[in-house]
Ligand binder design. Structure first.
Ligand code: GRF
Length: 206
């Protein structure tokens, strides 16, 4: 069984979607541990509820970002992860961390990369992107995106809820592709079943 480690900072609804997908055998892997940089993250409770070891590390206890990440890496590596999944992890990663998990580090962003700030822009669609993490902030190769409509009069909460519903579908799917060896990162691009994905990921419609 492949090993998954998930990093969170908050609610953990994406973590929950991945826990559920593992339980339903939609992902052929096991979440070995969950780590948070916030001790009160609700996602830690979700992990414990699912009998997954859940730990938090407080930044205040460390002299530097590098020292924090070094400790985190050590704790993560104790679980021999095949993939490290960032699921609402709200902390900038040190270059050493990114390098250490290079090509096996996934993130989800509530935006149609490379665009952001939808409501301010007056866009008619919003969305979410799952991507590999590289040194370029939010700039790693996109694997899969989902779009949602933005209607007139929508509040930010309306749009967020619509986006999150999509996240809970696409993130477990991408994790399952990776775990099954179908998805890889190579030459700074994402590859699915040996095919190089376009800049907007799988099934891009433009
Ligand atoms: C998600 O919208 C994700 O795109 C972003 O942070 C949010 C985390 O939500 N990176 P949750 O903690 O998974 O509920």
């Amino acid at each position: 069984m492949k090993n998954i480690v998930v990093l969170i900072s908050g609610n953990g609804s994406n973590l929950q979607a991945i826990i559920d997908a593992c339980e339903q055998k939609k992902i052929n892997g096991t979440i070995r541990a969950v780590f948070s940089n916030k001790a009160d993250a609700f996602g830690l409770e979700r992990a414990r509820e699912a009998n997954i070891p859940a730990h938090s590390l407080e930044a205040a206890q460390f002299a530097s970002r590098e020292a924090f990440d070094r400790q985190l890496m050590q704790e993560i590596d104790a679980w021999a992860p095949d993939v490290v999944v960032l699921a609402g992890y709200m902390r900038i990663l040190s270059p050493a961390f990114v390098a250490h998990y290079s090509e096996r580090l996934l993130n989800i962003q509530p935006s149609l990369l490379p665009n952001r700030q939808v409501l301010e822009n007056g866009d008619e669609e919003h969305g979410t992107s799952v991507h590999f993490v590289t040194d370029e902030l939010d700039g790693g190769p996109v694997i899969l995106q989902a779009k949602v409509p933005v209607f007139e009069g929508d509040s930010e909460d309306d749009v967020t809820a619509r986006v999150q519903a999509q996240e809970h579908t696409i993130y477990p799917l991408v994790v399952s592709w990776f775990i099954d060896g179908r998805l890889k990162m190579r030459d700074n691009a994402a590859w699915l079943d040996g095919i190089r994905l376009p800049p907007q990921g799988y099934a891009a419609d433009e």
